[in-house]
Design a protein. Structure first.
Length: 412
């Protein structure tokens, strides 16, 4: 079977796993934040209990009691919430490798910004994900832990700096995706290096009859709160690769900065609501204004895609030199370039779908694999076949790719 097909299905499978595990992680995180904020003091609580909550779901009633540090004895059955986080990060890392590392010259490297070899780009990608955690962890272990607002402001500055930095090195699409991975790494590392070890210390103390130190719960609570506010921006950044107006804007890093602020306003509304305090309706207005600012920034300019023939790799040059290419160029220019252009001519299309422009030989050759999958092997493009591409033309696209690629997975 064509390895390109296997690669695409593998990417789909990994993405599916990533979405499933992310739903589990985000769902449990949001639930416990809401539960924690809704806890009520009540007479008759067990010793050491912080509060209780009654809930109804699925035809049954649940009575939940939280111990601020730990119960007097370790219960026989104890459920740990950790694999949701680990699985989300591991599947996300696998997806990054399959989509961005394996296709670095198409999705990761932007020669107009920085001339990088594939391996140099991959090294920067991998190394950058750990930088944020190291800086953030150091800040959390400083005196700023007692000043949570200042700590959050510094974290915001770090994220904005990284957004700008990624945009100086990678494609706009990769820049926002990496910022999401960068943030998700901080969140998952919080679970792996701080929250879970602290909980294990408390459990060990209970097993040995020692009174647990409340500082471990306090530290874990701080990291969990940070994760709560970072979740929604990470989701936006992970979805951004589908929307060129977000990632292909010259000011995509500022859009990302505003998205982090929206994450704060949205979570503040829900956290206040769950705490049964007066709902801060003003957050709706602020969120709407921030979103409109993102829309405005997206109209100020788009990033220039590299299109010079001299920037083609040897493999891409083979696609441009193949005997089928003249036919391919005519098909793509006639059937696709009305949308896939720096300034799309199709009504309602503001930016080239997925950030792909097909106005030069270089751009067409660079996107050979995507053209093959989307318009040759399948009829995904054009949508509803609005440009009336013929079956014979799709066959030409397939023959072109297979003649150059030999049916093998495109290698970089």
């Amino acid at each position: 079977m064509d390895l390109v097909i296997l690669h695409d299905w593998a990417a789909f499978a990994i993405r599916w796993v990533h979405v499933i595990t992310a739903i589990a992680w985000i769902g449990s995180s949001f639930y416990f934040i809401a539960l924690d904020l809704a806890l009520q003091k009540a007479p008759g609580l067990p010793g050491g209990a912080h509060g209780e909550e009654w809930q109804v779901h699925g035809g049954g009633f649940y009575h939940i009691t939280k111990y601020l540090v730990a119960p007097a004895r370790l219960p026989e059955h104890l459920t740990w919430f950790k694999w949701e986080s680990y699985s989300t990060w591991l599947s996300g890392a696998a997806l990054l490798m399959v989509l961005y590392w394996a296709q670095a010259e198409l999705f990761l490297i932007d020669p107009a910004k920085m001339e990088l070899s594939v391996w140099a780009a991959i090294l920067i990608s991998a190394a950058s994900l750990s930088i944020g955690w190291l800086i953030y962890d150091r800040l959390c272990k400083s005196g700023l832990a007692e000043r949570p607002i200042q700590l959050m402001l510094l974290l915001f500055v770090l994220l904005v700096v990284m957004a700008w930095g990624y945009n100086q090195v990678f494609t706009g699409r990769a820049a926002l995706l990496h910022l999401g991975a960068f943030t998700a790494t901080i969140m998952s590392a919080n679970v792996f290096f701080i929250i879970m070890p602290n909980q294990r210390i408390v459990v060990q103390d209970l097993k040995t009859g020692r009174k647990p130190d409340p500082k471990y719960g306090k530290i874990a609570k701080l990291r969990s709160t940070h994760n709560n506010y970072l979740t929604l921006p990470v989701i936006f950044l992970m979805l951004s690769n589908h929307y060129p107006l977000a990632f292909a804007s010259e000011y995509n890093w500022l859009i990302a900065a505003l998205v982090f602020l929206m994450g704060v306003t949205i979570r503040h509304f829900f956290n206040t609501m769950h705490a049964r305090r007066k709902w801060p309706w003003w957050t709706w207005g602020v969120t709407a204004l921030l979103f409109l600012a993102c829309v405005w920034l997206s109209t100020l300019g788009t990033q220039r895609l590299p299109d010079e023939e001299t920037r083609l790799t040897a493999r891409e040059a083979r696609f441009a030199a193949d005997p089928h290419f003249e036919q391919v160029r005519d098909i793509v220019m006639g059937r696709c370039s009305m949308c896939h252009a720096a300034e799309p001519g199709w009504p309602g299309i503001a930016a080239a779908p997925k950030g792909f422009a097909f106005e030069t030989d270089a751009q067409i050759a660079r996107a050979a694999r995507e053209i093959y999958l989307q318009a040759g092997l399948t009829d995904a493009m054009p949508p509803a076949n609005v440009s009336f591409i013929e079956p014979e033309e799709r066959a030409v696209l397939r023959d072109w790719f297979r003649a150059v690629n030999g049916g093998r997975l495109a290698s970089n």
